[in-house]
Design a protein around this ligand. Structure first.
Ligand code: ADP
Length: 186
């Protein structure tokens, strides 16, 4: 499904983010940019060791990436697939929802898109941040993710397409339902 907003298109895809041909992919990283399981591990494997080196250079300067913030690196071997940048953002760990989790998650999407505009990425892909190891409920996360992306695409020029790439079928189905609800008012 896709939804056309003022400045760009939001598209939902069931698949693997490392296989998308877009200018930038977003990584659900951890604050030490260490690489780990889930989508982070898949991105590091696909990019190769150069990505880890670049991440460690960033950590030498900033020590840790705070939840909700975003930085970018090059894409290592994924360059061969047409991916130019990886935007790393750290989602909130779900602790019941009253510890600022929704605000942090929203900032992950908005800050990643802001960074994409700054570096000139015109197409980008997001995973469903925080809904794996960090435990954020999928439906709540879908509402925040899609609303934030839609709002950014209504307000700011620069990104032609944002793809939400959902790896698990049930997460894709939830996002689809949520987008239908949000998009019907559009
Ligand atoms: P977090 O720590 O932010 O929860 P995870 O990587 O554990 O990050 O999970 C985030 C989401 O990414 C989950 O919905 C998971 O199913 C999904 N995911 C895992 N591998 C991939 C992949 N290769 N492409 C896209 N999404 C993926």
């Amino acid at each position: 499904m896709e939804l056309r907003l003022k400045y760009g298109t939001l598209r939902l895809v069931h698949g693997d983010i490392t296989e998308q041909r877009v200018d930038a992919i977003v990584n659900a990283a951890n604050s030490r940019l260490m690489g780990g399981g889930g989508v982070d591990g898949a991105i590091h494997r696909a990019a190769g060791p150069e990505l880890h080196r670049e991440c460690m250079e960033i950590i030498r300067k900033i020590v840790r990436l705070e939840h909700g913030n975003a930085v970018y690196t090059r894409a290592g071997r994924m360059k061969e697939r047409g991916i130019r940048w990886i935007i790393h953002t750290v989602g909130p760990v779900w602790r019941g929802g009253k510890h600022g989790e929704p605000e942090i998650l929203e900032r992950c999407y908005r800050n990643s898109m802001k960074l994409a505009r700054e570096i000139g990425a015109r197409t980008m892909a997001f995973p469903s941040i925080s809904t794996g190891a960090y435990g954020y409920p999928v439906e709540k996360a879908a509402k925040i993710a899609l609303s934030a992306i839609m709002d950014e695409l209504e307000k700011h020029e620069g990104i032609d397409e944002v793809r939400m790439v959902l790896y698990l079928r049930e997460v894709f189905d939830t996002q689809l339902e949520t987008l239908r609800e949000l998009g019907s008012g559009n």
